[in-house]
Design a protein around this ligand. Structure first.
Ligand code: S3P
Length: 166
């Protein structure tokens, strides 16, 4: 299987890039959309302090996605890469691309994010800092997004695809 997973914090452009990939003829999945399809109120769980329930559903969706065939997948920003469902996968049949952004660059995009609403700015910033090393560890490739438009970022992601699979 030739698969790329897009990872990174909320607002880094994972879903938008998956949409561009889809416009370019690739098969794509977006885990948040799948989660929402299964439970339309699911993001309220995060806002109401029921994160565990959200994570259980997220893990079950991801476990299915990881077994499926796709070209590009956008994963939610809180994905827990150390969970057993990931074991061995991203090292072999799935290459993870980390869309790296500074917190400052993302800050204007958080308003609608349920976890941001729950936590507030300072705790959300701490969450961001705690996740950066996890993204870096899981990623096979890092693409910087600060100050760049989506098309430019897509070009780099597409180059990675070509370097791996063409
Ligand atoms: C989350 C990020 C969201 C979504 C959910 C939880 C998080 O995805 O999965 O609200 O824990 O940071 P995006 O990264 O697409 O915003």
């Amino acid at each position: 299987m030739r698969r790329i997973g897009l990872i990174g914090f909320s607002g880094s452009g994972k879903s938008s890039l998956a949409a561009i990939a889809s416009q370019n003829g690739f098969t794509t999945v977006d885990t948040d959309s799948l989660i929402e399809k299964q439970n339309p109120e699911v993001f309220e769980l995060l806002e109401n302090g029921r994160e565990d329930e959200f994570r259980t559903l997220e893990t079950s969706v991801i476990s299915e996605v990881l077994k499926s065939d796709f070209d590009f997948a956008a994963f939610g920003g809180g994905v827990h890469f150390a969970h057993p469902v990931w074991k061995g996968i991203y090292k072999s049949s799935l290459k993870l691309v980390y869309l790296r952004s500074s917190f400052e660059n993302l800050a204007g995009r958080f308003e609608e994010r349920p976890l941001y609403r729950k936590l507030g700015l300072e705790s959300y910033k701490r969450l961001f800092r705690s996740r950066v090393p996890l993204y870096e560890k899981a990623a096979a490739f890092v693409v910087d997004t600060d100050g760049r438009g989506l098309n430019e970022i897509w070009s780099e992601v597409f180059e990675i695809w070509n370097s791996l699979f063409r």
